[in-house]
Design a protein around this ligand. Sequence first.
Ligand code: NAI
Ligand code: MG
Length: 355
Amino acid sequence: MKTFNIAVIAGDGIGKEVVPEGIRVLEAAGRRFGFQFNWRSFDWSCETYAKTGKMMPPDGLKQLQPFDAIFLGAVGHPSVPDHVSLWGLLIPIRRSFRQYVNLRPVRLFEGIETPLKNWKPGQIDFCIVRENNEGEYSNIGGRIYEGTDDEMAVQQSIFTRRGVNRVLRFAFELARKRKKRLTSATKSNGIIHTMPFWDECFHQMATVYPDISTDQYHIDILSAHFVRHPDWFDVVVLSYLFGDILSDLGPAVVGSIGIAPSGNLNPEKEFPSMFEPVHGSAPDIAGKGIANPIGQVWSGAMMLRHLGASEAADSVENAIAEILAQAKVRTPDIGGRSTTGDLGAAIAALVSGKK
Ligand code: NAI
Ligand code: MG
């Protein structure tokens, strides 16, 4: 029987509550479709940081490298500055393992209320492809004259032809498997070196994919279109910062941040990819057992697809759609009173039971 070796980093807060539900559903999928998992947990988190001063051990990346994939909950705690948890764990994993694509599907499900009026399930269904290795989130820069009136801070954006082209290629290929429409957005009127460079790469790449229709916007008007015309989009490709912002707006438009998944992908599979919900550790509801596990479970379905178990991935995604449409088992964020465990168990039961 095929066995997938998965590194599990539940992290902090509700990460610890939703990850077990993700595992429960994936186990059910494995039983049904004839594969199994070897889960190995790593207690890397802000809690660990408080004890050891490190988010992960010095050889942490070496420990993760042999795994088929990484299944992550969320990291972050009010006692640890957010840049410490991000740069101490997530960014090193994304960069070292060349997870240069951050893929975030946005889909309106039946049974989820959207803050936008008059949209029906099926009308909003697109994917955000965020560049995940370079761009605006670089550690090149610094400060001088700290604490004085002359203080100055510089942070350098990095856009390489290789880095931009590889994420564009992924986005074009993804569009080819979907509705064949790709949107790119930058801010090339204001940021006059890196952003026109991205636009140029986009136009050049478009000539290689004549079957894909392309659109290009400035990021400010694109965010307005996300709200006014969410049905226009199929695949949207963005640099790190813009992708980060729009990929919170996308899920907000279709209901709850608690259901949004993401994959940090190394498409070449030279390194493990990492799957995590879009939401964070939600300290405001942590420990109450009411977090919505769907973002984690759906991230698990993306992991199955990446590992080649696409039938199982479909079954998990269908179970999510069905449970939301039935509207019986729901956590408070989507208007119900069920617990994290109730919702995880209900999805797992559907995955075990029928196609
Ligand atoms: P957050 O996503 O943790 O929470 C935002 C709001 O959404 C909160 O009101 C929360 O209760 C609610 N929420 C989030 N997930 C939910 C779920 N599954 N079910 C029900 N409600 C849910 O974002 P916030 O508050 O900005 O960040 C909290 C911590 O998480 C910070 O330390 C931040 O750095 C970290 N964070 C970590 C991420 C990661 O691990 N990739 C991503 C985003 C934030
Ligand atoms: Mg974000």
